[in-house]
Design a protein around this ligand. Sequence first.
Ligand code: HCB
Length: 219
Amino acid sequence: MSGGEIFEGIKQAFLDFDSEAVKSLVRKALKSGYTPNEIVEYALRPAMETVGEKFEKGEFFLAELVEAGDLFKEVMDEVLTPEIEKSKEEVRLGTVVLGTVRGDLHDIGKNIVAVMLRVAGFEVVDLGVDVPPKKFVEAVKKFSADIVGMSALLTTTMLEMRNVIEALKSAGLRDKVKVIIGGAAVDENYAREIGADAYAENAVEAVEICKQLLERSGP
Ligand code: HCB
């Protein structure tokens, strides 16, 4: 089976909500040498995008969105996260305060970013979902964070990212922390527009960018 065939197989099994087939194919992909990130980016995330499109077209309903979320989490918890954790770096980089912004309950992507950052050596303070600006600010102070990472998947909640940046400014913290944003609702232009330091397309990019941001804020 080629990479393309394995990824297509995973995607199809995912859209059939066949969890055993998904997990077995994901294990097969790992054995064939694909990284957890490649499996997320080329199979699982595209499957989620198709679920979203079907939801938009009225072919899937909220029940399928929930089921897709649960299935993704099951594959992460049982197969991919343990695999990612095998490559944990014994270094201590900076502290990242991470959360999904107020009004938004999507946390799958944010959780992947958290795992990847921890494995790379970052201390991650995960504030969870539906996080108001005040909580980001408090956590930055309490943990002397180097970086704030925000996630948003809704066009309505992405607006909250600007509020968090404004709250950091009001608390006099904006020049002490770097800000990175991500999630399906946002992009590079939006990051620039709201005054974030960076946008990351995926979890691997988020780790690389956080390392660069630390270098830029270095002594
Ligand atoms: Co949700 N939902 N949903 N949903 N959902 C989306 C996001 C839509 C795009 C689907 C669609 O219509 N096409 C849509 C939003 C449309 C819009 O705003 N324009 C939508 C909607 C409408 C809704 C509800 C309003 C539905 C309703 O109730 N009628 C509702 C809102 C609830 C709320 O948040 N207040 C809702 C609910 C749900 C759940 C709860 C059922 C479930 C989430 C479960 C969970 O997360 N625990 C869900 C799901 C699963 C989705 C889709 C299908 C998948 C999201 C996902 O997990 N993707 C999504 C469709 C889509 O995304 N295209 C759909 C996979 C992850 C791995 O990708 O992009 O999150 P990611 O993360 C990447 C990347 O962005 C980056 O790294 C990750 C790894 O590569 N990254 C960061 C992420 N965060 C980062 C932060 C950083 O600092 C840096 C990088």
